[in-house]
Write a protein that binds this ligand. Structure first.
Ligand code: PMV
Length: 322
């Protein structure tokens, strides 16, 4: 059925999120189903803002990112999934802005897919997205970590059901994340390909999946007891296991730069220990600490970083229709 009414529009905003217990690996590549669950922190730094307009006058979907026309199969796929639920054939224009560098390992794909999914869903007149597994499914197909950006604060994404739940509201724990970036260029291997390479070739992949549920349980306990040291230890363990799995792949996947090691040394050498690190598919080092510790963490990492940004826990994604 062609959508014959006037253009329907919605604008959504979603922030970046950083995993404390990592998601790495897919149990079903086509459906983008994760091999493991994950726990993340949504940040107050703005991530992506996306406007979707379904317009009967369009003959094809159009996508603009940061002022440039792009063609992206994943955007069309997500719009197709929304159209299938809505029973529409109408094409859409998508205008998106990323306030973090795209594809650099700073989670722009998560905020991007969350904002696009939310805007498209509402522009199509659909409702109650978080309780609708079809909505979570299409957001997750856009990016495996994207459903976590829908909620604020500390968030868990369940491996089996795909559901997201909030473990703590943004204001419930005085946390900060200091992001130290040695570079903002695009990453060498995208995370989808890197995950697949790990699954096929890394001898540590099975161990990564097997030991993961214990890390999730330890993190849940640390969060409910507001125990930053315990959360920090599981965070570091999780990121190092993920990177060890990558380093053992054939050929190896290494996102680290020399400055990454210097940043890790800077964090680890503080006595008493202040701040706990995590790293994703990029050279950036993200340090979790309390607000009172930010100045010390910043001073430790600044000599080795091109850019340092300090983020607090932030709210979930929002949407305006019209
Ligand atoms: O959502 P993706 O496909 O970009 O994968 C993200 C993977 C990591 O950032 C490395 C870990 C995570 O859980 O966010």
């Amino acid at each position: 059925m062609a959508h014959s009414g006037t253009a329907r529009r919605a604008t959504a905003r979603a922030a970046i999120n950083v995993a404390l217990v990592k998601y790495w690996g897919k149990r079903d590549r086509a459906a983008n189903l994760p091999a493991v669950g994950s726990i993340s922190l949504t940040l107050d730094a703005p991530g992506s803002e996306t406007t979707v307009t379904f317009d009967a006058a369009l003959t094809a979907d159009v996508f603009e990112l940061d002022g440039e026309r792009r063609s992206d199969a994943r955007v069309v796929q997500l719009l197709d999934a929304v159209r299938a639920v809505a029973g529409w054939k109408t094409r859409a224009s998508v205008v998106s802005c990323n306030s973090v560098p795209t594809a650099s390992g700073l989670a722009s794909s998560a905020s991007g897919a969350a904002a696009l999914g939310l805007a498209a869903w509402h522009a199509a007149g659909l409702t109650a997205p978080l309780t609708d597994p079809r909505f979570l499914d299409l957001v997750r197909r856009g990016s495996g970590s994207a459903p976590r950006s829908l909620l604020g604060g500390l968030v868990e994404l369940d491996r089996d059901s795909g559901a997201v739940r909030q473990l703590l509201e943004p204001g419930e724990w005085d946390l900060r994340m200091v992001i130290a970036s040695p570079t903002t260029g695009p990453k060498a291997v995208n995370s989808r390909d890197a995950m697949e390479r790990c699954r096929q070739t890394s001898p540590y992949y099975a161990a990564w999946c097997e030991t993961h549920p214990a890390d999730l349980a330890a993190a849940r306990e640390a969060i409910s007891g507001r125990d930053l040291g315990a959360l920090g230890r599981v965070m570091e363990r999780s990121t190092m296991k993920m990177h060890a799995c990558m380093l053992a792949a054939d050929p190896p996947v290494r996102y680290w730069r020399a400055e990454t090691m210097a940043l890790l040394d800077a964090v680890e050498s503080q006595r008493p220990r202040i701040g706990w690190y995590t790293m994703d598919a990029g050279p950036h080092v993200k340090v979790l600490c309390t607000s009172a510790e930010v100045a010390a963490v910043r001073a430790a990492v600044e000599p080795y970083a091109r850019e340092v940004r300090v983020c607090a826990p932030g709210p979930g994604a929002t949407v305006e229709v019209g």
